[in-house]
Write a protein that binds this ligand. Sequence first.
Ligand code: ATP
Ligand code: MG
Length: 476
Amino acid sequence: MDQPREQQLSEPSPGGSGGPPETPAASPGDVFDEILKRGSQLYKGSLRPLQEDYVPSRLLHRDTEIRDVLRVLAPAVRGNLPSHLFIYGKVGTGKSAVVTQVQKEFAKRLPADAKVTFLNLNCANVNGEYAVLQNLANQIVQKGLSDEDMIPTGWSQDRVYQALCRLSDKRGGVLLLVLDEIDCLGKSGGTDAGTSILYTLAQINRDLKEARVGIIGISNDLQFAQRLDARVKSRLSEEKVSFAPYTQPQLRDILKERAAEVFVEGALDNEALDRCALYAAQDHGDARRALALLRKSAEVADQLSSHTIRSEHVIHAKNKLELDVIADCVRKLTLQHKILLWVVISLSEKRRGEGVSMGEVYHGYSTLCHQLGHKPLGTRTVADYVTEFETLGLVHTEIHSGGRRGRTRLISSAVPSHETLRVLEEDPTLRPLSRQRTFGQTDLWRFDGQTPGERRTGSAPRSSGPGPDGLTPIPE
Ligand SMILES: Nc1ncnc2c1ncn2[C@@H]1O[C@H](COP(=O)(O)OP(=O)(O)OP(=O)(O)O)[C@@H](O)[C@H]1O
Ligand SMILES: [Mg+2]
């Protein structure tokens, strides 16, 4: 049978513009609908199982963790208060999914006379102690467990706390507070690492008559418990369950099962599946990243009208995902950071990845600042910016001792040059530089803010810098 000719893979670019044309600024939902409408050859029907918030009916390779969590919470079934539980593990290791699964088990198997109520709060979405108390109390109202009105903003914190106690007692039985991303409590509330609200909640049973409250804290910040005040730490970590990163074979199984729900038989090549699992295993065993990679690989294959998702599609998708992360980070930089990064990448590219000294970087940066009409920052600030770039993974630095240069800090780019320069040149101030590169004039000292055509006609250079054509040379 004749297969439609596949389009060629093109250079991945930030924002996923490699390959065929795409809808501008489409939301993930739109992209999914668009793919479905085009009658893809890969998908069976709904793409829902590939979406981030989808929780599959069974979680592979988490039986032990599910059992451990259920064992800790089991006393609640008989109306007894379970120990507070702290669940921790790296990003994408299935912590939230397991707790959702456990809640489903409770809903399925709970005897009719048992009263166990889960209240779920993602701490990343609430700001401060007041909001936590108000949200929990309102969940009880929203669940129809009380005929009271929702708690308005404007009450004193103490009154909200009293309302939470009253509502909990009206509900009675055991209330289990699932505080996901619990480490975020400290971030919004100042320096106490969330101690204050956690202390309040850990003590709430003293103020309750009919209900008992247990806390299930979830975090991927392995240091979080260490930062807590000792009083809270000992209460909160009565029981702990840790989640290990998924291994490559485990990720393969997870992906395979998801793929079977979404793709037509044979659409996912075995090598492609292995590669997805391998990349995700190297990337801290994160199931979320594995699924995102599979989703993107399918998108790439689909855009190329391919009948199968193959290894090269996964490689392309991985580059795209990495580039998306870099592009997001670069777009958020200040103008001065962007000018500096442009210089570092350009010089690094010119040296073919060999390190460039701090002095050369500073010279290039201040030259470019003058030519762009901006006042350069001092050497110390620029050195700090380079350290920030290193923390963000945008550059590598290395101390080089000896030789003609003595002891020098050598800087090199850690990102794909061409694509990152393109993102930097989205900034209106840096946009003229993209023309220079298009015309093959990437050397910094040639930049004078003019197109080559303008220079040929002898227009006056915009820069006030010294040298022929008003261009300031950068020493090698
Ligand atoms: N064992 C598994 N089987 C199938 N899918 C899984 C499994 N573990 C995780 N997933 C999926 O991977 C994604 C990430 O899982 P989850 O959100 O539970 O991770 P997490 O440990 O809570 O991560 P974070 O620390 O970032 O909150 C979800 O889409 C989830 O459905
Ligand atoms: Mg989670």
